[in-house]
Design a protein around this ligand. Structure first.
Ligand code: FE
Ligand code: FE
Ligand code: ZN
Length: 277
């Protein structure tokens, strides 16, 4: 069975999101925990959560992915931004426990000129402050394209973050196909080798989820421009080989392609039709 879904709007609550997922034949999904540019999160509505959990069970949903706001930057050079990151991260993890055993994905951060090593230190400092032994959520570091001063476009950087985190069992990785391809990992022509490197450097057991996107920009462009499946530089064949790879096919695949619900429904159908269980 292919575990697939898309990034959905959470503005109408969890139940509405589950209904959207069912509409497009998804069995997982992703959403922003709050406005992607930051800001206040709505209070948890317990009856909405309960309805959601019932729907999720009835429709055999797999784990979902909550995505932190883009403005969360643990390695900013501004104290205020780092404090905001800590506040949001803590609050989001607390709220995630109302829906236990899912994933919380974040962009490791941009070091804004302070250097990769200093950035990695600040990221791990934050993680060591906010991860708790009793949390059921696994926090995912997203693989980045390397635009600007982004950390996490090299597997070695993610490895270093995980190495310095005390509660390693609470940390995983979410691989974004657009980002890694833009970062210079050729998952189209050399997938086995990329997965070999991932395994050697990070360990494939740390790979928990995939953002499945095509890319508007060429290989190793260091850009971050998602494209619809099959319409970009990765291409449909490469993406189909990716979801069918024996080391990847069990993972949840989240589409972050520029689409509406109808477009995602079509992509989900296309990918399901090309998946060998
Ligand atoms: Fe992301
Ligand atoms: Fe992504
Ligand atoms: Zn992206």
């Amino acid at each position: 069975m292919l575990t697939i879904g898309s990034h959905l709007s959470s503005s109408k609550g969890f139940t509405a999101m589950a209904q959207d997922a069912v509409k497009i034949n998804a069995n997982t999904f992703q959403f922003f925990t709050r406005n992607p540019q930051g800001g206040h999160a709505k209070d948890i509505d317990l009856s909405d959560v309960q309805k959601f959990l019932n729907l999720a069970q009835k429709n055999h949903f797999q784990k979902f992915v909550a995505h932190a706001p883009y403005t969360l930057n643990p390695c900013s050079d501004k104290l205020q931004t780092r404090e905001f990151a800590e506040l949001v991260f803590k609050d989001d993890l607390k709220r995630m426990e109302y829906l236990p055993h899912n994933y919380y994905n974040f962009h490791p951060g941009s070091h804004v000129g302070q250097g990769v090593q200093r950035g990695i230190e600040m990221i791990t400092d934050l993680l060591n402050k906010i991860l708790t032994p009793d949390q059921t959520t696994t926090v995912l570091l997203e693989t980045m394209s390397g635009k600007g001063s982004e950390i996490g476009s090299r597997f070695e950087e993610l490895r270093q973050i995980i190495d310095n985190v005390n509660l390693k069992e609470k940390i995983g990785v979410c691989l974004d196909t657009c980002h890694v391809y833009s970062a210079g990992y050729d998952i189209v022509n050399d997938l086995d080798n990329v997965l070999f490197q991932f395994d050697e450097i990070i360990g494939l057991e740390k790979l928990k989820a995939v953002h499945l996107n095509d890319s508007k920009t060429p290989f190793a462009s260091k850009k971050d421009r998602h494209e619809q499946i099959g319409k970009g530089s990765l291409g449909l064949d490469g993406i189909i080989r990716f979801i069918n790879h024996p080391k990847l096919k069990h993972l949840p695949f989240i589409l972050e392609t520029p689409n509406d619900l109808q477009g995602w429904a079509a992509e989900i159908k296309l990918l399901k039709n090309n998946f060998q269980p």
